[in-house]
Design a protein around this ligand. Sequence first.
Ligand code: AMP
Length: 171
Amino acid sequence: MQDLKATIREIPDWPKKGILFYDLTTLLKNASAFREAVDALIAPFREREIDLVAGIEARGFIFAPIVAYALRAGFVPVRKPGKLPASTHRATYQLEYGTDSLEIHQDAIRPGQRVVIVDDLIATGGTARAVADIVRQMGANVVALAFLVELEFLKGRDKLPDYEIVSILKY
Ligand code: AMP
């Protein structure tokens, strides 16, 4: 197993001062690192009868459809407001300043379906919490939330005590 962390570029003070940004594009362009990272995200769910993988716009869209394909599951996009054409449910969550929202089609998930939620990275966990709650409110069984990167020092997991969290690279 190669050092996947060594393929991630860390950019200080981006997009604003004080943030250390984990730039995954340098991992994604590295064929063996990309394959290993995706395989690691898929592995925990192979025997768990997943019906749907929900990906969070935008960087969750890089990984979620591949995971869905490998698991023979469907893919559900969770999108920024105003992008989905049919009736939606909306999840609103707190940012450092103000709020943000994400939407999911009302008919995207049926009650009882087994869903994994995928994003590239969990930081404070606010985004993940909002998406997990709306998926659960739709009657789905949220099997787990899966991330390539977890910033453990931001304690995002603490916002999700009632959910299983899978992460591959921890900082
Ligand atoms: P949060 O809601 O705080 O867990 O933020 C998660 C979302 O913000 C993910 O979709 C990430 O893509 C993005 N994000 C937050 N912090 C960082 C960071 N330091 N580096 C890269 N992406 C980040």
